[in-house]
Design a protein around this ligand. Sequence first.
Ligand code: ADP
Length: 215
Amino acid sequence: MVIIKLTKRQDEILHIVKQNGPITGKEIAEKLSVSRSALRPDLAILTMSGNLDARPRVGYFFNEKYAVRRQAEKFIHQKVANFKAHPIVVEKSTSVYDAIVQLFLEDVGTLFAVDSEGLLAGVVSRKDLLRAALGTRNLQELPVTVIMTRMPNIITVFPEETLFEAAKKMIHYHVDSLPVVKEVDNQENTYLLVGRITKTTITRAYLELMEEKSD
Ligand code: ADP
């Protein structure tokens, strides 16, 4: 199945068939106020590409499976830049105790630790904090920098990457979120934190796109 880019006219035809199918070529032509022969190339393209099914003497049907595939295709090409959320950060000298409070206040599962210049220094997840809480008595004395996952082990994503790439990284590396970063003067492992992508971001983006009119 090949996903093709549709023209405005082809989009209109799909919409008509979706609302009215099964519908004959003649009826579609009437609705668009064009001749049957003018429509023929578009109907051929829509049928051959799988957007429409055609049955002799019955008419054209909308292909739901293809529509879902089109939506999914649309989804995977979305850029991280358009869906990233605001990152919830702590200064890397913050105590584990304060980080736990921050996690609850912000209602997130992961915090990003930054240095005084706002550069990404580490990732502190729920489990990191739980582990520290189990093994340490004085959480107010323990800085997150001791327990966080730090550079260069942080899996990051750039704003210009796609949601598909972000989703693959989260699944491959078994993490719930990714810091969205920008390079700083081409310095290795030095990144400015500009956002976050989580599994929830991906799920929400998917829902939004699926709920959009599949025209
Ligand atoms: P949770 O602790 O809620 O299971 P994660 O699965 O995201 O959350 O985290 C598991 C481990 O992976 C933690 O030790 C955390 O510090 C680390 N981690 C989380 N996100 C990243 C990331 N983007 N890059 C590298 N390590 C990460």
